[in-house]
Design a protein around this ligand. Structure first.
Ligand SMILES: C[S@@+](CC[C@H](N)C(=O)[O-])C[C@H]1O[C@@H](n2cnc3c(N)ncnc32)[C@H](O)[C@@H]1O
Length: 297
């Protein structure tokens, strides 16, 4: 029996994502949102990455890096150049790259990947995703700007995250800017009252508060992201009924927003605490919680 099909109810899987992603069907998800940990602590458990040039057809069918659409040898060269540069990134990318390759395989032909990163890794990710998806598939670099917490006096305080948006096919991706909640104009005096009343479309810079430490949204999960960010992504890049995947799910923000917007969700996390928080947050009625921790990547 397959682990998951699009006939399933909304699902949460407790597992190392790489152990279960290969069992999911190609092209099943309209949005993949990923907020991976930077410090993966995987230096001892390093994975070797799959070579692009796979000789036999069977291996080729299993190897996502061999799927048409990847930039092939140039991808391997760029990756080699980048990763030779810094050991920390070498380990980080050995962890992330096979998972991003799966994300690409799992995206629907009209699907979109949102990869949420911080300033330390975003530029590496951009170059690698250009190579992995193809440069034409890069759509936006979104900046989430916030203003909270301590401020360095030795440099500009770093108060933003970067979310890279890539699509499976630049000619076919789904994007409905009209479905997105509008925001107030910064200078309302410069536009007509009708425009002020309607609000403006967000740009690629998203000012949004962090999850308030005392607010209703807070789950207590340390890396929880604001629902308002993911709401924009799902409103623009999916339709009601579409499937959304988050395989670094944490507190389940993607699932909570998907449910509010009438999208369906598959969430994966390896941390038992994340699963506990998601049980509380998403409810158990109508959500299938599965344990696949015995699967090994
Ligand atoms: C930055 S947090 C995600 C937070 C989430 N966006 C939210 O709003 O709560 C990253 C998550 O990835 C999970 N994780 C890390 N490595 C994983 C792996 N190999 N398989 C599944 N989950 C993993 C961690 O347990 C953590 O919950």
């Amino acid at each position: 029996m397959p682990l998951w099909t699009a006939e399933n109810p909304d699902t949460v899987i407790h597992a190392d994502n790489l152990a279960v992603l290969p069992d999911l069907p190609d092209g099943a998800f309209t949005v993949v949102y990923l907020d991976p940990p930077f410090n993966t602590g995987r230096t001892q458990r390093r994975q070797t990455t799959t070579a692009v040039r796979v000789a036999d057809a069977e291996a080729s069918a299993r190897s996502v890096t061999a799927i048409t659409g990847f930039a092939g040898q140039s991808y391997e060269r760029i990756k080699g150049d980048l990763l030779g540069y810094d050991d920390v990134f070498d380990d980080y990318w050995a962890f992330l790259e096979p998972r991003l390759a799966e994300a690409w395989r799992l995206l629907a032909p009209d699907g979109t990947l949102y990869l949420h990163l911080d300033y330390r890794e975003a530029h590496y990710a951009k170059v690698l995703l250009d190579a992995l998806f193809g440069r034409a598939c890069f759509i936006n670099e979104l900046i989430w700007a916030y203003d909270y917490g301590g401020k360095s006096k030795r440099r500009w305080p770093t108060k933003h995250d970067t979310i890279l948006m890539y699509v499976k096919d630049p000619a076919r991706y789904f994007f409905d800017s009209e479905a997105v909640d509008r925001e107030p104009y910064m200078a309302p005096g410069l536009v007509t009252p009708e425009k002020v009343a309607r609000g403006k479309l967000p740009t690629d810079v998203w000012w949004h508060t962090i999850v308030s430490p005392t607010g209703r949204e807070k789950t207590g999960y340390p890396t929880q992201k604001p629902a308002g960010l993911i709401r924009r992504m799902l409103q623009a890049s999916s339709r009601p009924g579409d499937w959304v995947l988050d395989f670094f799910a944490g507190s389940g923000t993607t699932g909570a927003v998907a449910a509010q917007l009438g999208r369906r969700f598959l969430l994966i996390d390896e941390n038992p605490e994340a699963i506990r928080v998601m049980r509380d947050r998403l409810g158990v009625e109508g959500v299938d919680f599965r344990d696949a921790t015995s699967s090994r990547s």
